[in-house]
Write a protein that binds this ligand. Structure first.
Ligand SMILES: *[C@@H]1O[C@H](CO)[C@@H](O)[C@H](O)[C@H]1NC(C)=O
Length: 209
């Protein structure tokens, strides 16, 4: 009985003092690791580490794609570090498009706030899933799959996209293929496009070679 009580009391003592790691706000001054950034000293944190105001204003859509992605990933919002979550703002001017791209690190959930967006993704089986979305609609884009968003309405469109990762990453296929210095002959050989098209796309997207 005595021994049992000691064991129970010891357990309670350990349970009461076992610290739970509630969060790990990124210390961006230290290098990133496969499991995220090291944590800022909890004693130096305030509510400001859990609030970000960078998504309040529209991104600049005066560019080739007439669109802007404003991220609140770990780099901009260190509070999401380690929590498996992040968000970004998507502004699409009339005719704007987020070209085919992938997020290697996380799945995406899009919610349309304003306007009309035609969005879709392609599965590993090359099945296409696309739909015209209106205000209030949400759509899923599973991790790693190629997907796109097009403003298919007559006015500007606004959406927010959340991710199942604090650093989902972004690779835009057109830029990956044509905004680089891989020799044109190798791009031709690996894409089945003709050299004139490859050179034209390299010119438009800022590639060389
Ligand atoms: C938006 O970007 C364009 C092109 O880079 C630039 O000329 C323009 O000044 C920017 N507008 C604002 C409001 O920053």
């Amino acid at each position: 009985m005595m021994i049992q009580s000691v064991v129970v009391f010891s357990f309670l003592f350990v349970a009461a003092y076992a610290s739970v790691q509630d969060f790990c706000v990124a210390d961006l001054s230290l290098p990133d690791t496969p499991s995220g950034f090291p944590c800022k000293d909890a004693k130096k944190l305030s509510v400001a580490d859990f609030v970000y105001s960078g998504l309040g204003a529209a991104g600049n859509t005066t560019n080739l794609i007439k669109a802007a992605v404003t991220p609140a990933f770990t780099a901009q919002f260190p509070g999401v570090n380690g929590l498996g979550i992040s968000i970004a703002r998507l502004d699409l001017a009339v005719g704007g498009v987020i070209p085919f791209h992938t997020h290697p690190g996380g799945s995406e959930l899009l919610v349309v706030i304003q306007g009309t967006i035609c969005a879709g993704f392609i599965s590993s089986a090359n099945t296409v899933y696309f739909k015209t979305l209106n205000k209030g609609d949400i759509m899923l884009f599973p991790q790693g799959l190629l997907h796109f968003q097009i403003n298919s309405g007559k006015g500007p469109a606004l959406a927010f996209v959340s991710f199942s990762s604090p650093s989902p990453g972004l690779q835009i296929t057109d830029f990956a293929l044509f905004a680089n210095n891989l020799p044109t002959e190798l791009v031709v050989a690996t894409t089945f496009l003709d050299a004139a098209t490859v050179k034209k796309l390299k010119g438009v997207l800022g590639g060389s070679g």
